[in-house]
Design a protein. Sequence first.
Length: 326
Amino acid sequence: MTVSLRSFCTLFDSGYLLKGLAMIRSLVRFCPNMKIHVLCMDVQTKNILESLALPYVSCITLAEVENEALLKAKADRGVAEYCWTLSSGFTSYVMNRFQEIDFLTYVDADLLFYSDVQPLFDEIGEASIAIIEHRFTERLKDREVNGRFCVEWVSFKRDEQGMACLTRWRDQCLEWCYYRLEDGKMGDQKYLDEWPERYSKCHILMHPGAGIAPWNYAQYHFGKDAQGRITVDGASLIFYHFHQFQLLDNGNFDRLSTFYTSECPEPANIYEAYEMSLQGCLQDVRAVVPSFKGGLKPAANVMGRRLVQQYVPMWAKEIARRFLRY
């Protein structure tokens, strides 16, 4: 039986290169018959990825993707906001450029895959669209106002509903994609709120091992199966979203702020696997560019910020913020 090629896309710059490379390597490990199209947000990213000669990676430059509409949006948006604009824009570009792709999944660069992704495709079945909820803990439930769904895994089928949804999302993000809650919009993610009702073939992924993240891990029980693989409430962990995670210039890592860990410590074995993967990626990238420091944050600055977050009262932070503003 021939397994069809799985198509993915993502985007990142040299600051996210190590995370993006770790994500891609973990994905191909558990989905070997795949190809991923990477929007290289700067020249160094493209040069390093091509030097690594990964047969399952197709590098695409910003110059190939940016049109008049995107350049207009770029002019009045921050870096993060423009990346959010491109999540739909690049996915649409890939679908339109590569007509042989029947089903395409956008994945965030700061994920890591831990087991076979086939259960997710089995669950999606014949659906035209697939999205996943944030699944916030009760403590963070109020954050759902910023978006019920997370743009970390978003799939589209080349059919009427899939293409209509993707085109509409791309156009909406071109028109408005900012880091603020305004008129029922927030970045690129709140647009997804209407999809389950608007599109009859939109599937919400329900697998308990998909989309585990700092905003939801506290409600799950983690263990290991007979093969030593990490489980979530008894199911295989498929992917984790490493929001807030930072690599430090002293070789260490900064996992999470106390905003999350004060409720429940982070699942250590999940993070240890990620850190090992990133160390391997850094070693391989430095074999190509020995001086590479992309994404490595000054350890002293990060640790100082964490101490302030942990020990300085909120009222004092507010006073300092106002003082520094003037």
